[in-house]
Ligand binder design. Structure first.
Ligand code: ITT
Length: 196
């Protein structure tokens, strides 16, 4: 029998990546839409860890029998003293994602401070277990210019260590093997297979 896993996210790109990386033979991934949850979960925590736990905790009382997971992620960039980090979803809100990406590239190029890391925390609730959390980083650098004006968030400007191409240009099979989220999902799978 497959275990139902509720993913607490309103980000369709994240949902797609989880769908591609979770072991389908063991788990059936369901989304907030599937359980009809539409409330906004305020992002006011100071760490990826605590924010991921907060997202999971918002759903526990409603669905105590489900496995519940959430992702809190962001990008850390040398030119911004390793911000915006936990504020990545709300960084420079007056700009479109494309303008923001272009501007970040310019700042990194001008200051020659282009080291960066993508970060992903995943929290997981299973009834009668302590909440599991893993926080993983994928290191790399900011490209001199965005690879395209579309894609998932900061993917058009981040190239992982050892690659010339950005995550947006690389095949998803590579991103899904080496990314911050891939590393966190690998740790999650290890935990789930051990505890179930
Ligand atoms: P949920 O909270 O509903 O899951 P969100 O988009 O608000 O969705 P976060 O608060 O975790 O998610 O914000 C993380 C932001 O960092 C996200 O909106 C993207 O802009 C960026 N981000 C995280 N992972 C990324 C990835 O793999 N590729 C590109 N951008 C990413």
């Amino acid at each position: 029998m497959k275990h139902k896993v509720l993913l607490v996210t309103s980000n369709d790109h994240k949902l797609k990546e989880f769908q591609a990386m979770m072991d389908e033979s063991m788990f059936e991934l369901i989304s907030l839409k599937d359980v009809g949850y539409t409330e906004e979960i305020i992002e006011d925590q100071l760490t990826y860890h605590d924010q991921a736990v907060k997202k999971v905790a918002a759903l526990i009382e409603l669905h105590p029998e489900l496995i519940i997971i959430a992702d809190d992620s962001g990008i850390e960039i040398e030119a911004f003293e390793y911000g915006p980090g936990i504020y990545s979803a709300r960084f420079k809100p007056e700009m479109t994602q494309h303008e923001r990406n272009q501007w970040i590239c310019e700042q990194c190029f001008q200051t020659k401070q282009s080291h960066a890391a993508f970060v992903c925390a995943i929290a997981c609730y299973i009834k009668d277990q302590p909440i599991f959390v893993t926080v993983n980083r994928c290191f790399g650098y900011i490209a001199n210019e965005p690879s395209h004006d579309f894609g998932f968030g900061y993917d058009p400007i981040f190239a992982p260590e050892g690659y010339q191409e950005t995550f947006q240009m690389l095949p998803s099979s590579i991103k899904n093997r080496i990314s911050h989220r891939a590393l966190a999902i690998q740790a999650l799978m290890h935990y789930l297979k051990g505890v179930l």
